[in-house]
Design a protein around this ligand. Structure first.
Ligand SMILES: [Fe+2]
Length: 588
């Protein structure tokens, strides 16, 4: 956890900064002659950045001061603040915070605002673990508002008391109330929103599928940002209503092409835009990048570089009230900055955090020294000999009409009905028509409680794949038969979670994620190569989704229309009520 107060200069540091800026003492470091981003005037200016200790003492004309512990020549290159991810769940990177730092910091992202809603299932120690690292990555908290999100609809791993949420909201490391369920109304939620605002925090929104009155009602709670806007109209509507849009590019979907598709229309909203990765696994972080990806995309679509860099730095710093510490290269701010050869390439040759060189040419210069936590020990509880019969959907045959969710464009789920075969009084998967049984299985209580639905869009023709569910960290499993699904669950149990792809008794791919079954603190390269292998295994089984495990983990999300699925059952998202999976039995 990064406390704001710890980033600001102390009294003795201010004394020194003033002396250095006055030329009375030599600097520790001068980055000489680079084109330095000036976000408030929309310029790049040739300047020297004069650094004393952790902070910037002065930004001067080139060559003004000549005495420093070290002088770095940046002439012909660009110097910008390092990037801020405005909304990230570290859990879905599959990496511990220290390993994430080793991947993201060399790519220029040195601050993440994170909602630990997955680790919340294991209690406050786990949340604090996900918010803490000794690595040079600032982690600010977006307080998970309710765990589980809806106690009527899901059990999750643990219930977090409302008072814990309120207390965490006042913490100095907190920047926002994390993303809330827009359908949650009533006095408890209203008090929580009010508490956040009155303590100077923003409220992070989640407005998928919202418009008109439902959007207005959500924003009336004080919601100050949104990362689900996909179209220019959605962006303009939200920005005009005072909500910053933190454009999402995740492993589920990349909203940058849509939002930057018509610059004439989107340009008036530039100052209301920032960037977030939300849910992005390690393989995509490596292949695409972190916030550097958003900046590259924006410039590629024609956004002026000065604006693209502002969206990644100054805009979120101001919006989340971090601008006294980060987001601008200016006196008294932390010396968090990067030297970039090509503004459009966005590949920093040097990254500094608090005045220290922490990465060079894409390689971290620091180790991950974070300790292995204890909260995840024995946290994966699934009954012995988990059998296929648990997935029975009892109905009459020869076919049944069932409710199913069609996956498209990431995790958005259109409800439809499908005719599936019935075998021995059990409605089963119909891989020939890409309609697969999906189940969410409890792993916290050891009783094997599960909910069942059907889904189309994965394309699996053989075997089964399983992973954790987002939010609750239960098991999400799809398969071409109940037996394959049960095998996948047993293999997950044997590994304490993670990902598995199974077929005909064989394990074709697996990723061990030993911390809660959701992240690994092994070297990021090991996690990435295991995940690549698991993706290849799923593809070999006919899967047509590029990142099937992360999509699978989001299929059941109850707050995203049309259908949700938890360990308690199938849910109509709009009404937040349980519904039957079988619409009509067919006894002909
Ligand atoms: Fe999120």
């Amino acid at each position: 956890m990064t406390a704001r107060a710890d980033l600001y200069p102390t009294g003795p540091e201010i004394e020194r900064l003033r002396l250095v800026a006055a030329g009375a003492e030599p600097a520790d470091l001068i980055i000489r002659g680079g084109s330095v981003l000036s976000p408030l005037t929309n310029e790049f200016l040739e300047r020297d950045v004069v650094i004393a200790g952790r902070h910037i003492a002065a930004v001067t004309p080139v060559g003004h001061f000549t005495s420093a512990g070290e002088i770095i020549d940046a002439s012909g290159r660009f110097v910008t603040p390092t990037f801020i991810d405005s909304h990230l769940h570290i859990e879905y990177t599959m990496l511990s915070p220290g390993q994430l730092a080793r991947v993201s910091v060399p790519r220029g992202t040195t601050t993440v605002l994170t909602d630990p809603n997955g680790s919340a299932n294991f209690g406050e120690d786990a949340m604090d673990y996900m918010l803490t690292t000794a690595a040079p990555l600032h982690i600010f908290q977006q307080v998970s508002p309710t765990t589980p999100a809806n106690r009527e609809l899901e059990r999750g791993g643990i219930q977090i008391d409302e008072q814990v949420v309120l207390d965490r909201l006042t913490s100095d490391d907190t920047v926002t109330l994390g993303e809330s369920n827009p359908f949650e109304l009533g006095p408890v939620a209203a008090e929580r929103y009010s508490h956040a605002i009155r303590h100077g925090k923003r409220i992070t929104g989640h407005t998928a599928g919202q418009s008109g009155e439902s959007l207005w009602s959500y924003l009336a709670a004080g919601v100050g940002d949104d990362h689900n806007a996909v179209t220019i109209d959605e962006v303009l509507e939200r920005v005009r209503l005072g909500a910053m849009v933190t454009i999402m590019a995740s492993s589920l979907t990349d909203n940058t092409p849509s939002i930057f598709s018509d610059l004439e229309r989107i340009a008036p909203a530039y100052s209301g835009l920032a960037f977030c990765a939300d849910d992005k696994h390690v393989v995509d972080l490596l292949a695409q990048g972190h916030i550097d990806h958003h900046v590259r995309q924006a410039i590629r679509f024609g956004v002026p570089p000065v604006w693209a860099y502002r969206m990644a730095t100054w805009h979120p710093a101001v919006h989340y009230r971090l601008d006294q510490a980060i987001g601008i290269i200016a006196p008294s701010r932390l010396a968090d900055l990067q030297i970039i050869d090509d503004l459009a390439e966005v590949r920093p040759s040097s990254v500094y955090v608090a005045g220290e060189l922490v990465a060079r040419d894409g390689v971290a210069l620091f180790a991950d020294t974070d300790p292995t936590p204890e909260w995840s020990n024995n946290s994966f509880l699934v009954p012995d000999g988990f059998a296929a019969e648990r997935f029975t959907v009892a109905t009459e045959g020869p076919t049944a009409l069932v409710r199913a969710a069609e996956m498209y464009n990431g995790y958005f789920k259109r409800a439809f009905t499908a005719e599936v075969p019935v075998a021995d009084g059990n409605a089963v998967s119909d891989p020939a028509n890409d309609t697969l049984k999906i189940a969410v299985v409890d792993r916290h209580y050891g009783d094997g409680l599960l909910g069942i639905g059907f889904v189309r869009g994965f394309g699996l023709t053989r075997g089964a794949i399983a992973t954790f569910t987002c939010m609750n960290m239960n098991i999400s499993v799809i398969g071409t038969s109940d037996a394959e699904m049960a095998h996948a669950v047993r293999e997950l149990r044997a590994r304490g979670g993670g990902f598995v792809a199974v077929q005909e008794g064989e394990v074709l791919g697996a990723v061990a994620l030993p911390l809660g079954g959701m992240v690994s603190n092994a070297d990021w390269s090991e996690t990435a190569s295991a995940l690549e292998q698991a993706h290849a295994a799923a593809a070999s089984m006919g899967c047509t989704i590029e990142s099937p495990f992360i999509v699978l983990s989001f299929v059941g999300l109850a707050g995203v229309p049309d259908l949700g699925l938890t360990e308690r059952g199938l849910i109509d998202s709009a009404t937040q009520t349980f519904i039957d999976v079988v619409v009509r039995e067919d006894s002909q």
